[in-house]
Ligand binder design. Structure first.
Ligand code: SF4
Length: 380
C-alpha cells in the first residue's frame, strides 16, 4: 500500500530528513525514508520503486542534494507524474541555502532555512496543508489617502479593542443563532422567503446537486420539470464561475460552490455559500493538531472543513433579483411574487433535512418541503 510521503535526501541531510519524517508521522501521515525503512540486505532498487509510489515525494533541498547524481532521479520521478503540479506529488523543502535551477525553480517550495524549530514546524505543516493564504484580517489599504477630515487619524474598527484576540476576527460560526441575529438586525424574515425548489433556481440546483452527490434525490419527474423551467430563467447561471457546483476529490464530494445557504444549513448545519473539505487525512491531521493546540471547541466548523464562506440570505446574489420581480417563471406553480408577512423572528423553522452520521444517510423531510411550498405560494 502506498505511503503518504517518500522523503528523498542525501546523507548530508539525514538529520533533516528524519526530523521531517518525525513531524509528519506525528501528524498521522505515513512516511518512507531510507534511514528508517531500507533494511540492510534489502534490494535498493526495489525499495526505491516502492517508495516512489508514495502519494507525495518530499525533496530535501541543499547544495548536496542539487549536485547528487542519485537524488535527481528520485524527485524527477515524482515530477514526471504530475507535470502541472495539480496533485502536488513533488514537494521541495529547502533546508540549507541553495539556488534552485531548472525544473525545480518552477515548483513552489517550503523554506525552512534559518527558522527555529517552532517556526519550521509551522512552515512545514502550513506548506503541506496548502491552505489558501488569505489572511484573517483585511490588509491595510496600500494607497495614500487624500488629505481630508480624519485623514491620518483612522478610527479603530468598532468590533475590536486593543489587545483583542485573533479569534474574534476569524470566520464566524454560521449557525442558527448567527443567522437569526442577522435577520433580526436587518429587519427581515428569519429565513429566506424564497427557500423552495419552486421559489429559487439556486435553491433547486443546490438540492438537485446534493441528490446527485449521494443525498436523497428529488423525484425524477419533478427534477425534469423543475430543470426545464429554471434553465429558461434569466436567473439560471450562464458561466461556470457563477454555477452552483459540487467537486469531487478522491471520489468524495469535497467542494460545494455557489450554494444556497438555506440548503447548506439543512444539510451541513452551516449557513454558507461555499464549503471546502480538507484535501486528505494529512491535511486533517495538521489542522486538528493546530485546533487542539489553540483550544478551539470541538463544535467549531474548522474541525470538519478547511474553509467556508458564511452567508446570510440578504447577501445572496439571487435574493435581490428575486425580491424585485413581479412573478416567478410560469410552471413553477408560483404566481405574483408577494412575500408573506414576516414570521415571528425567534421562530426556528423546522429542519428540511435530517442529519445522519454519513453523507449517504441524509433524508429530506418531504412534508416540510410541501409545507414550505404551500406557505410560500399560499396554495391550499
Ligand atoms: S438564500 Fe439565495 S439561493 Fe437560497 S433560497 Fe434564498 S435567494 Fe435562493
Amino acid at each position: 500500500m502506498p505511503v503518504d510521503y517518500f522523503i528523498s535526501y542525501t546523507s548530508a541531510d539525514k538529520t533533516w530528513a528524519e526530523w521531517i519524517g518525525w513531524v509528519l508521522e506525528e501528524a498521522g501521515a505515513t512516511v518512507r525514508l531510507q534511514a528508517w525503512d531500507f533494511a540492510p540486505g534489502s534490494n535498493f532498487v526495489l525499495e526505491m520503486q516502492r517508495a516512489a509510489s508514495a502519494h507525495r515525494t518530499i525533496a530535501v533541498l541543499s547544495p548536496d542534494y542539487l549536485t547528487s547524481r542519485f537524488a535527481a532521479p528520485e524527485w524527477a520521478a515524482a515530477f514526471a507524474q504530475d507535470l502541472e503540479g495539480l496533485s502536488r506529488r513533488l514537494v521541495p523543502v529547502r533546508v540549507r541555502d541553495c539556488a534552485l535551477e531548472g525544473m525545480l525553480r518552477t515548483i513552489v517550495h517550503i523554506d525552512l532555512v534559518g527558522l527555529d524549530e517552532a517556526a519550521a514546524r509551522k512552515q512545514l505543516s502550513d506548506g503541506l496543508g496548502a491552505k489558501r493564504g488569505k489572511p484573517d484580517r483585511a490588509p491595510p489599504f496600500p494607497g495614500t489617502a487624500l488629505a481630508g477630515p480624519g485623514a491620518g487619524n483612522p478610527k479603530a474598527f468598532p468590533g475590536t479593542s486593543p489587545g483583542s484576540t485573533v479569534a474574534s476576527l476569524t470566520t464566524p460560526e454560521p449557525d442558527m443563532d448567527w443567522y437569526l441575529t442577522l435577520s433580526r438586525q436587518r429587519g427581515t424574515k428569519p429565513r429566506c422567503p424564497f427557500a423552495s425548489v419552486e421559489g429559487c433556481p439556486r435553491y433547486y440546483q443546490s438540492l438537485s446537486l446534493l441528490g446527485q452527490a449521494g443525498s436523497t434525490k428529488i423525484p425524477a419527474d419533478e427534477e425534469d420539470r423543475l430543470k426545464a423551467i429554471w434553465e429558461k430563467s434569466d436567473l439560471w447561471p450562464r458561466t461556470d464561475e457563477g454555477a452552483t457546483s459540487v467537486s469531487l476529490f478522491d471520489s468524495r464530494p469535497s467542494i460545494f460552490s455557489n450554494f444556497c445557504p438555506e440548503v447548506s444549513y439543512d444539510r451541513f448545519h452551516l449557513f454558507a455559500s461555499g464549503l471546502c473539505r480538507y484535501a486528505d487525512k494529512i491535511d486533517i491531521g495538521f489542522a486538528h493538531q493546530e485546533l487542539g493546540r489553540a483550544g478551539v471547541p470541538g463544535t467549531n466548523w474548522q474541525w470538519a472543513w478547511a474553509s467556508i464562506n458564511p452567508m446570510h440570505f440578504t447577501e445572496c446574489p439571487v435574493y435581490s433579483p428575486l425580491t424585485h420581480r413581479e412573478s416567478l417563471p410560469a410552471g413553477t406553480g408560483a404566481g405574483k411574487n408577494e412575500l408573506e408577512p414576516a414570521e415571528a423572528l425567534d421562530e426556528k423553522p423546522a429542519e428540511l433535512m435530517t442529519l445522519k452520521p454519513n453523507f449517504h444517510g441524509i433524508g429530506i423531510d418531504l412534508k416540510e418541503v410541501g409545507r414550505r411550498i404551500r406557505r410560500r405560494f399560499k396554495t391550499p
